[in-house]
Design a protein around this ligand. Structure first.
Ligand code: ADP
Ligand code: MG
Length: 322
């Protein structure tokens, strides 16, 4: 074990973004945070202006030309939305804006309004023109929302940026999205140790530790942004078929993958699939590991190829498949 670490944090993308390095390189650090700020400004839907918002403002009117970076992400997000049984939907915007979960003014919407907005969330109605690099939302009122995947996409770009500064050992944490680069110089096993959070508990209260090297670890959970009304919990991952928060046996899904965009997409998809379908779907995927945390205190792990998990909570039962 060797090495001093240098940690830097900033409030960005609606969360605390932290970067840990093992060399002191303030030029790289400011390049990273500047890049995140600029990327967020292009992808966000939580401000009036952004590249994605320019598409949304033109819904039902005209196609909008966007940068390659935004176009590519929208292509990938549309493809993920069209996978069989996918509950990931990039056109979910009108419902996210209606519920406002995790933002001020959240409330339970009227059934009729949910039904009306559901008609504005068909991913087939997002028309992509690769030649002109344009995106057209075919119905007025449609809105793209990349909130589930923007952080992962940005983390992958930051990894490439760090490489330009010859930094090949680092960890980027965007609140629930962790990207580890290279191996860890500060642990005996050279693995990065990432905590798996206990649902609805304080941040330092963990269920266990994930050991990985050069991987992304992304968690989608229902305990980060939610509200409770009449004893019912309403969280921020919406079911694109019902318009209500996805209701199943899970508290969280963690995906271990090579890149963070994949992790971000699949954490939402596997949350939506649930355990049974998720596990059978996972058999078809080589490069993904998954950790399901259930409401009834089970931790279900599939594939130990890329990581090991050390259980620390004695009130949880660990079930592991490989
Ligand atoms: P976090 O905000 O903690 O990173 P997630 O990655 O799980 O959470 O993404 C949740 C966000 O994704 C929501 O706040 C919303 O903007 C968007 N979203 C909600 N439901 C869906 C869905 N079914 N498909 C795609 N995006 C969604
Ligand atoms: Mg996500």
């Amino acid at each position: 074990m060797s090495g001093t670490s240098y940690t830097y944090s900033q409030q960005l993308m609606g969360t605390t973004v932290s970067l840990k390095l093992f060399v002191e390189n303030l030029t790289a650090v400011s390049a990273v945070f500047n890049a995140i700020e600029k990327l967020e400004a292009r992808l966000t839907v939580n401000r009036y202006h952004s590249e994605v918002m320019s598409i949304n403002h033109a819904a039902g009117k005209q196609p909008v030309a966007v940068s390659k970076l935004v176009f590519d992400l929208i292509c990938k997000a549309k493809a993920a939305s069209l996978l069989p049984d996918s509950k990931f939907n990039l056109a979910i915007g009108p419902l996210v804006k209606l519920w406002k979960i995790g933002f001020n003014g959240h409330s339970i919407p009227e059934k009729d309004e949910i039904a009306r907005r559901l008609t504005l969330t068909n991913p087939h109605h997002i028309e992509l023109n690769r030649t002109n690099q344009t995106v057209y939302l075919a119905k007025a009122g449609m809105e793209i929302d990349l909130g589930a995947i923007a952080k992962g996409y940005i983390a992958d770009i930051i990894k490439l940026l760090l490489a330009q500064y010859n930094i090949f050992q680092a960890i980027i944490n965007c609140g629930g999205n962790v990207l580890t680069i290279g191996y860890s110089p500060i642990t005996a096993d050279k693995q990065w140790h990432i905590g798996l959070k206990r649902p609805f508990a304080e941040a330092n209260n963990l269920l266990g530790i994930i050991h990985v090297e050069d991987k992304s670890v992304v968690t989608s959970g229902i305990y980060e942004r939610y509200f409770i009304f009449n004893d019912q919990l309403y969280h921020h991952i919406l079911d694109p078929h019902t318009g209500y928060p996805l209701n199943n046996e899970l508290h969280s899904v963690t995906i271990i993958s090579d890149n963070s965009l994949t992790g971000d997409i699949y954490s939402t998809i596997f949350y939506g699939l649930g355990i049974r379908q998720g596990l059978s779907e996972l058999k078809k995927k080589q490069n993904i590991g998954v950790i399901f945390v259930t409401r009834d205190k089970k931790i279900i792990i599939q594939s130990n190829q890329h990581f090991t998990f050390e259980l620390t909570a004695d009130d949880y039962q660990l079930i592991s498949y490989s």
